[in-house]
Design a protein around this ligand. Structure first.
Ligand SMILES: [Zn+2]
Length: 280
């Protein structure tokens, strides 16, 4: 039977190798930092003293800013990485040039775009992440428990017929969720457009009756209502494989709203792959 490294975590050889690797990673970072003129300041910036994930992400942001802060750009505004001393390879030459400060250097430190990630900062972040892992796991476990408790007691919103209902603030939005009063306003707007509301247990569904499609509304986000259109199977069940579509209905829209909504809905239905070429 094939074994993997994760199956052998009790193996003394693996334990010894992991310990040596960690020591080497610490030595690598120490040597890189000792070669810097402003050793003390950057050393402190690269030590992770975090307790939570939010603090960890802020620390990474601050550490990158600290490394960029000690870069010494040349007349062209470029500098080699203060940590690993690498620069950007120039076309047609074996020589490298510095990274543009700050954006090019930041991409190198993060490993974004076509830049290889800074080998030293990667080790710094990996070491900190390894140390933080038990705290991250515990934080995630607590978040999961709190989320489950909320799902049992708070109202949920069915916005996708094939997925679990969502909490009011389970959104990818900078605007955030509506408060109860704003939600009532959105419900009135949906009723005016022909949507029906159905509360089953603690799960609310806003649905526009339609012969061919499941049309649901998501009124949770502040400032807009999202209308979602899902194709059905011949038996009337939501089709998991067919493409679905959606469109926003911004709150500020007031004039001729039913007419605008009807047009948006027709256009959205026609845009579905299963309906392309079907004449209205
Ligand atoms: Zn570097």
């Amino acid at each position: 039977m094939k074994t993997t490294l994760t199956d052998r975590t009790d193996d003394p050889i693996i334990i010894s190798l992991k310990s040596e690797l960690e020591l080497l990673r610490y030595q690598l970072v120490r040597l890189a930092i000792r070669s810097l003129p402003q050793e003390t300041d950057l050393y402190n910036a690269l030590i992770c003293r975090c307790e939570t994930k939010a603090q960890f992400y802020q620390w990474q942001h601050d550490a990158i800013a600290a490394v960029i802060g000690i870069a010494a750009p040349d007349a062209q505004g470029r500098a080699h990485c203060p940590l690993c001393k690498e620069g950007r390879q120039s076309w047609g030459s074996y020589d490298d040039v510095g990274y543009a400060v700050p954006d090019g250097l930041k991409r190198h430190l993060l490993g974004e775009g076509k830049s290889a990630q800074c080998s030293i900062l990667k080790v710094v972040f990996d070491l900190a992440q390894d140390r933080m892992r038990p705290k991250f796991d515990e934080e995630e476990r607590r978040e999961h428990e709190a989320n489950n408790a909320r799902r049992r007691t708070e109202r949920l919103y069915q916005i996708d017929p094939s997925s679990p209902a969502k909490l009011i603030d389970d959104l990818h939005s900078l605007r955030g969720a509506r408060n109860p009063e704003q939600l009532k306003w959105a419900e009135t707007r949906l009723r005016m457009l022909g949507f029906e509301s159905d509360l089953s247990g603690n799960v609310m569904t806003y649905r526009l009756p339609h012969a061919e499609f499941i049309i649901l509304a998501d009124p949770r986000e502040l400032g807009t209502i999202e209308v979602r259109i899902y194709p059905c199977t011949p038996t009337g069940k939501p089709s998991r494989l067919a493409a679905w579509t959606r469109f926003p209905l911004p709150d500020p829209w007031k004039n001729d709203l039913p007419v605008k909504f009807k047009k948006l809905l027709e256009d959205a239905i026609i845009s579905l792959p299963s309906r392309r070429g079907v004449r209205r």
